[in-house]
Design a protein around this ligand. Structure first.
Ligand code: ADP
Ligand code: ADP
Length: 237
């Protein structure tokens, strides 16, 4: 469970990224954050793994405050949170397998991860995750030889091998054509339903949000202006 308690973010330049955010996101939910550019979607999403440091209130994940967590605790909490983001990219010249395996690094002490000592189980989990996103045949393909949609799916696979219960996806379909966007959303939905992962996506497209998310949160100027399911959003529009 993710709880936002009166959360605010004021950027150093004075811009209010978020204000008065009070939300509870249940385990296994599929939440779409919608809103115009600059509404605060990315700020909200990134505050969940503290890539954005909030300036007011508290965010609590599975009973533990990420706001007051020390470095060690923060790392521990972050291991349970996968991030799919265009700015958290794949290593282009590396294979799909290596990129997905890197999701396992959180489980190793630093020296082990430097030498890349992966176990048989890591390779098996990698193969399974790639199968789950329909990329089994791309194991040894270089990441920069994949299409945009396939790259997003590699990021989903990486979040899966990380064994994170929470997956944050920051505009995962923004740069994709409509057909590929539907495929990526379908993958996320399947992971949500079959593996019971909590999925939170930032998305521009209201139709896609309505089609795939069980809960839609709309932001405007850093504040929640709608929170409900697709049906009630239609009614409110
Ligand atoms: P969205 O994801 O909905 O486009 P953002 O969360 O990126 O919105 O931005 C919310 C507001 O915060 C915008 O006004 C944006 O300009 C501002 N903002 C975002 N990041 C920064 C930053 N690093 N420094 C200053 N202002 C920022
Ligand atoms: P460790 O040092 O134990 O390997 P890290 O702090 O490097 O742990 O990372 C733990 C987890 O935090 C990662 O698996 C990742 O999901 C998340 N994380 C850390 N840094 C970032 C980042 N810049 N962007 C997105 N996620 C990150």
């Amino acid at each position: 469970m993710i709880e936002f308690k009166n959360v605010a973010k004021v950027y150093p330049n004075g811009v209010k990224g978020l204000q008065n955010i009070n939300l509870t996101i249940e385990d296994g939910d599929f939440v779409a954050i919608i809103g115009l550019s600059g509404a605060g979607k990315s700020t909200l999403l990134r505050s969940i793994n503290r890539l954005v440091t909030t300036t007011g209130g508290e965010i609590v994940i599975n009973g533990e405050s990420i706001t007051t967590a020390n470095k060690k605790k923060l790392r521990e909490i972050r291991r349970n949170i996968g991030l799919i983001s265009q700015s958290f990219n794949l290593v282009k010249r590396s294979t799909v397998q290596k990129n997905v395996l890197s999701g396992r690094l959180g489980y190793y002490s630093t020296w082990k991860s430097i030498f890349g000592l992966f176990t048989q189980a890591d390779y098996e989990k990698t193969a399974l995750a790639l199968d789950q996103v329909g990329l089994s045949d791309k194991l040894h393909t270089r990441s920069d030889e994949l299409s945009g949609g396939q790259q997003q799916r590699v990021l989903i696979a990486r979040a899966l091998v990380q064994q994170a219960d929470i997956i944050l996806a920051d505009e995962p379909v923004a740069s994709l054509d409509p057909v590929t966007a539907e495929k990526v959303m379908t993958d996320l939905k399947e992971i949500n339903q079959t593996l019971n992962k909590t999925i939170i996506v930032n998305i521009h497209s209201v139709p896609l949000a309505k089609k795939y998310a069980s809960r839609i949160i709309a932001l405007k100027s850093g504040e929640v202006v709608f929170d409900g399911d697709a049906k009630s959003l239609t009614a409110a529009q």
